[in-house]
Design a protein around this ligand. Sequence first.
Ligand code: UD1
Ligand code: CA
Length: 472
Amino acid sequence: MERMETPVTVVILAAGLGTRMKSRKAKVLHRAGGKTLVEHAVDTALALTPAERVFVVVGHQAQRVRAVIATPGIGFIEQTEQLGTGHALLAGRQTLSPLDGYLVIVYGDGPLLRAATVRRLIETLEGSDAAGALLSADMADPTGYGRVMRGVSDRVTAIVEQKAATPQQLAIREANMGIYCYRADLFWRHVSEMQPDNPAHEYYLTDMVQILNRAGHYVTAMKIDDPRECLGINDRVELAEADRLLRERKLRELMLAGVTIEKPETVTIDGGVKIGIDTVVEPFARILGTTTIGENCCIGASSIIEDSTIGDDVMIGPLTVVTASHLERGVHAGPYSRLRPGSYIAEGAHVGNFVELKKTRLGAGAKANHLAYLGDAEIGAGANIGAGTITCNYDGAHKHPTRIGDGAFVGSNSTLVAPLEIGDGAYVAAGSVITDTVPADSLAVGRARQVSKEGWAKKRRARSAVPPSGGK
Ligand code: UD1
Ligand code: CA
């Protein structure tokens, strides 16, 4: 984190309900790019200032909004009644006004805003003797936005809201993005001059521009090229658009950093994911949460990887699901494998099609190539788990562990009834039901002996032969 000399306080306005979302959930709790909207705003803030200088104004579903913000140290301001953007600041006056330096104000429903842009806004103010700086953009259609009024030397004299604007003012295409940086002392000195003297009877934060001008200060604006960065989510169409833009941004970042992404328009990668160079991500893959992937891997088509750690040179075949698991270097998994939470696949091990692992450690170079369920198991290096092997880890009440030693060989279609231990180098005959410890280097056969009755089938055919037609 880059610390600026003058302290920065960031206030995130997130008290609104967001009626147009048509939701039982407050707007800022909806997700885009793998995170709730408010988390995006918080992450932007944390890139600018320490948590102790970040404050979230909460109102609707305050408890739930607080709950998704995990970083300790962040402050919350309760705005029980939403009487406007200016009122949201007034609600935090006691807490915020003693904090010196710069006061940055952003919205909780604007997930696309980059910390770098806000930093430029702060620097714009730093390099001037203005009382505040705001973000603006020239928009083809600024309907709904406040319009930026400019005076001498391009200084901003006022923001006029859509509803209050004259036809001439409505013709102005420069729109207020709603992101501000003020000199904290001046802002708080004049904050009580905001009045709800508008048709909506709200306290408009935008009035601060005129108020500071009236007090002999001036406000400046920093124009951004792409107003989409300040897109505020109002409905689910905009939510989908923000999600798409965030994902595009992430994919672009990864591709420029050396990751090959095939058909990127089909791939979903969350913001927190890290991927090493020369890894190839195939179409329709979803890589989510806190996943880290090494170099030179392949993530197969339509695979879903979540909250997992994957080393270098790992091949994930198509249609594989990996959740909260760890795969070391050189592992092969899939196609059609399912690695459930707590699985650990050591170097060079193979997990093949229709193999399910849960809380299971597969040792280095071990193989479970086809059709198996391995749960609560610890499997040694170089072990071979035959097709159809099942660990019976659950007795209807409790889960029990299975231990399989290094270099053990478990024949196809074995049923391993846990708790169970199979020693190093032991063999289990195909089709066995194993209920007792198998000592190291031994062979366990747990199946009924085969009986072949000679001529039995031929006799049966003769007995049951269909009689000639007409017979009864
Ligand atoms: C605001 C600006 C407008 C600007 C636009 C950019 C004002 C008066 N107008 O309008 O000039 O062009 O943003 O998007 O500020 N909020 C609270 N508490 C409140 C009211 C709002 O926390 O009492 C939060 C909302 O949850 C929302 C944000 O502040 O995230 C913006 O409020 P909103 O009412 O949407 O402002 P706009 O009408 O869009
Ligand atoms: Ca808005």
